[in-house]
Design a binder for this molecule. Structure first.
Ligand SMILES: NC(=O)c1ccc[n+]([C@@H]2O[C@H](COP(=O)([O-])OP(=O)(O)OC[C@H]3O[C@@H](n4cnc5c(N)ncnc54)[C@H](OP(=O)(O)O)[C@@H]3O)[C@@H](O)[C@H]2O)c1
Length: 256
């Protein structure tokens, strides 16, 4: 991640190159801002072009290369990945932050909606991590960060497929870490608790909630320290341990 490179067109020294998928708001946008501040050149992807343009302007000339992209368009990912790596002049870090959590009613069983969640939260991650894994494996260096969730630690009745999509993502990232570790490539799984972002704005202020900038700061520290699986903030580990130790017969009665 700290790889020094020469890149023209950017102001100031460049310390590395990163891609952030799901960069238009919340933690993704905060990660782009933090990386740009740290001297990275960043490729930022999401569907909302105006938000990406605002981010480019905020980060200063030459720092951010933006692309409008819907992660459900998996077929375009290999070419887009190559194009961005070429434009950035290389790559040290890929962060997959894209995610959706549409509300699900207690009597709702909508397969199309469920498939949409899996497409963005899980399949999109695989589509972006695969070319990054192959590229980093060939170079024998690089870092992949995936944003899963504490919601994937247990089968909660409130939003079954959101939790399943995050559990599947964490499982996939673990396998990728085991596959790539021998090649010097690191894979970091982040499990945030409550973070104040557009995704959670309808839920109001929740206990233990932190801001997106603080979450981004912690995520980058953990990625630099090559941590494997970490809750953000750390105290959610204790929450997760409690949640995971609740017997099924009790857990199914809880409204979480
Ligand atoms: N906030 C929390 O408390 C919390 C807790 C645990 C985990 N997480 C996870 O953290 C990640 C970041 O979420 P956030 O809280 O920062 O929410 P957010 O502000 O809603 O960010 C979600 C990002 O995903 C992008 N995205 C959604 N659908 C996309 C698609 N089809 N194609 C491309 N990009 C897409 C959005 O961009 P566009 O809409 O512009 O495409 C946006 O940039 C998510 O994976 C979320 O599940 C959040």
């Amino acid at each position: 991640m700290e790889h020094a490179v020469e890149t023209s067109g950017a102001s100031g020294p460049i310390r590395g190159r990163a891609l952030v998928v799901g960069a238009s708001s919340g933690m993704g946008a905060a990660l782009v801002r933090a990386l740009a501040r740290d001297g990275f050149r960043v490729g930022a992807l999401a569907r909302r072009g105006e938000e990406l343009e605002r981010l480019c302007a905020e980060c200063g000339p030459g720092r951010v290369v933006a692309r409008v992209h819907d992660v459900r368009w998996r077929a375009e990912v290999p070419a887009l990945f190559e194009e961005l790596v070429r434009e950035l002049g290389g790559l040290e870090l890929l962060i997959y932050a894209a995610g959706i959590m549409p509300p699900v009613g207690p009597e709702e069983y909508d397969t199309e909606k469920d498939a949409g969640i899996l497409e963005v939260n899980t399949l999109g991650a695989i589509a972006w991590c695969n070319p990054a894994a192959a590229y980093f494996q060939s170079l024998r260096r690089g870092t992949i960060v995936g944003i899963s969730s504490i919601a994937g630690d247990r089968g909660r009745k409130g939003n079954p497929v959101y939790g399943a999509s995050k559990a599947a993502l964490a499982h996939y990232l673990e396998a990728l870490r085991n596959r790539l570790g021998g090649f010097g490539v690191h894979v970091c799984t982040i499990k945030p608790g409550y973070v104040e972002t557009p995704m959670t704005e309808k839920l109001g202020k929740l206990p233990g909630m932190i801001g997106a900038d603080e979450a981004a700061r912690q995520i980058l520290v953990l990625a630099r320290r090559r941590r494997n699986v970490r809750y953000v903030p750390f105290r959610w580990l204790w929450v997760s341990l409690v949640i995971r130790s609740i017997p099924s017969v009790v857990f199914r009665r809880l409204n979480i």
